[in-house]
Design a protein around this ligand. Structure first.
Ligand code: C2E
Ligand code: CA
Ligand code: CA
Length: 544
């Protein structure tokens, strides 16, 4: 046991050395640990700095992101605003286009398309509620003449005024549309009965025909209305408009009344009209027209003083057509202008042929329609045809109806004076049937009045009343200093009556029917022959 001896001191020493060694170890360890701790701390600091740095980076990138986002957002807002403005503009343009597609440019009224849409809606409504509605087809009378003679600007202004008057004469719930040209359609979605529609149609006619003051001149125009009713006259928009149109045409051509209700028989006539209209130009190109010539005769002597050219149509399927079957259609569609030119040229050429053959034809009379007469280049055409054919103007006469001359008196006066200066004669056709202003009758440079055949037909057939009438018409003609020709003389009694009442010239089937050119040449020859042989013959003035 080492603790009981000196070795005990030695033990103490040994213990002390071990202790010291141990303490040294501890210290070393402590130092190491401290170093490690320091290291750790340093590491920690470094990593914290890393974190801070990283955080700062993230912060910066976040801010950059945010700024980018903000920029993007701003761009988006601007883009959205731009898109909105563009959308507004597009909508505006689209609205304008839609308005243009649905309205008439000249008058601002709904056009054909919008009318059809509204009519279709109105029909659906009427069907659901078991009610009726009316469609009025309104066509202006003589618009073409005004447009051609006074110019398109005046024509346009007139259409605008008419549109305003039409709007003023219907209810707000009604639609007035312009179909094109001088045609308007009114849709009356709520009507009680035909009487109410008739009253309104009458009111519209009166309103439209009141005087217009345009560009300093007074104008008058009439209107003809055709009426179709739902459901009787059609169950869709197309049928109702078409049948109102048919009724209007019928009114214009047949009855002459201001308004007419549709009736099913009218359709057949309308189809016929359409067919003829389509074929008029072909007829011209294929030379299907022909002129017939009717003598104008001095009643006491039987001398031929003139000849009237009358048009006929050899229709390949419909056969031989008289002018009443197609002239008014040609006037409506404008074909009368080239047809009239053909007639004039043909008549002039034929007269030259007769004159060259030594057959005396003092004057050839050509019928001129209002449409031709009022056209601005009418005189130019006449001059060109005279020049081409070589006919002297004094051999030519124009027959124009009374109503044409009177309705456009001022414009007519200029044309008449021009014709007069050239030496072309003027006859007022169908005299006595229209209304005439005496003052114009006196002032117009007219040569001849043609007493309408209705007066002649009345002679002795019907008692004294008509005889008074024809007496006064002949008297009026003479007192104005014009030549007077009676038309449509069919009997010797009529001839005698006219001669007794000092009507010295006449035309009619009793004297000579309208003849083809060769027949008329033969007539001229025999006439020359017989009058030369029997210069004193006065009683039987028939030309056989
Ligand atoms: P309008 O100018 O009054 O012509 C006279 C019409 O009476 C002609 O009819 C003639 O054939 C007919 N007529 C002649 N004598 C008699 C008779 O004794 N009794 C009866 N009942 N009638 C007779 P048309 O040829 O049928 O012509 C009818 C109308 O057509 C003409 O009436 C005229 O207004 C028009 N017309 C004829 N040719 C032309 C033309 O080339 N151009 C134009 N724009 N119109 C024409
Ligand atoms: Ca005539
Ligand atoms: Ca006549």
């Amino acid at each position: 046991m080492p603790s009981h001896s000196r070795p005990g001191a030695k033990d103490n020493d040994l213990r002390g050395a071990a202790q010291r060694e141990h303490e040294a170890d501890l210290r070393d360890n402590l130092v190491k640990m401290r170093e490690q701790l320091l290291q750790l701390r340093e590491n920690d600091i470094a990593s914290r700095e890393d974190i801070i740095l990283a955080t700062q980076k993230m912060q910066a990138s976040l801010e950059s992101h945010i700024s980018k986002l903000r920029q993007a957002n701003e761009n988006l807002v601007i883009a959205t605003l731009n898109t909105q403005t563009m959308a507004d503009q597009v909508k505006e343009v689209r609205d304008q286009m839609s308005h243009m597609a649905h309205h008439d440019f000249l008058t601002g009224l709904p056009n054909r398309k919008l009318l059809e849409e509204r009519l279709t809606q109105a029909i659906a409504h009427a069907k659901r509620h078991n009610t009726r509605l009316a469609v009025l087809f309104i066509d202006l009378d003589r618009f073409k003449i005004i447009n051609d003679s006074l110019g398109h600007a005046t024509g346009d202004a007139l259409l605008q005024s008419v549109a305003q008057r039409l709007l003023g004469s219907v209810r707000e719930s009604d639609t007035i549309s312009r179909q094109g040209g001088d045609e308007f359609v009114a849709l009356l979605p709520e009507v009680a009965d035909e009487n109410a529609v008739a009253l309104l149609a009458d009111k519209i006619c009166k309103t439209v025909s009141a005087n217009y003051l345009l560009a300093g001149q007074e104008l008058r125009i009439g209107a003809t209305i055709g009426i179709s009713m739902y459901p009787e006259d059609g169950i869709d928009a197309e049928a109702l408009i078409r049948n109102a149109d048919v009724a209007m045409y019928h009114g214009k051509k047949t009855t002459g009344s201001n308004y007419s209700f549709f009736e099913p028989e009218m359709t057949l006539r309308a189809i016929e009209r359409q067919r003829i209209e389509a074929e008029l130009y072909r007829a011209l190109a294929h030379q299907e027209f022909e002129l017939h010539y009717q003598a104008q005769v001095e009643l006491l002597t039987g001398r031929i003083v003139g000849v009237e050219a009358l048009i006929r149509w050899h229709h390949p399927e419909l056969g031989f057509l008289l002018p009443d079957a197609f002239i008014s259609i040609a006037e409506d569609c404008g074909a009368i202008v080239p047809i009239g030119r053909w007639v004039l040229r043909q008549a002039c050429q034929q007269t030259i042929t007769w004159l060259n053959a030594g057959l005396a034809v003092p004057v050839i009379a050509v019928n001129i329609s209002a449409i031709e007469f009022m056209r601005s280049n009418f005189m130019e055409n006449v001059r060109a045809i005279l020049l081409d054919t070589g006919l002297e103007p004094q051999h030519l006469a124009f027959e124009v109806t009374e109503s044409v001359l009177m309705k456009n008196a001022q414009a007519t006066m200029n044309v008449l004076q021009e014709l007069k200066r050239m030496g072309i004669k003027i006859a007022i056709d169908d005299f006595g049937t229209g209304y005439s202003s005496l003052s114009y009758l006196q002032r117009f440079p007219v040569d001849t009045l043609k007493i309408d055949q209705s007066f002649v037909a009345g002679i002795l057939a019907d008692g004294a009343d008509d005889n008074i009438l024809i007496n006064s018409v002949v008297g009026l003609g003479h007192s104005l200093g014009h030549r007077v020709i009676a038309e449509g003389i069919e009997t010797p009694e009529q001839l005698k009556f006219l001669v007794d009442h000092l009507c010295l010239e006449g035309q009619g089937n009793y004297l000579s029917k309208p003849l083809v050119a060769d027949e008329f040449s033969a007539l001229l020859r025999t006439r020359l022959h017989t009058t030369a042989e029997n210069p004193s013959e006065t009683r039987d003035t028939r030309l056989q």
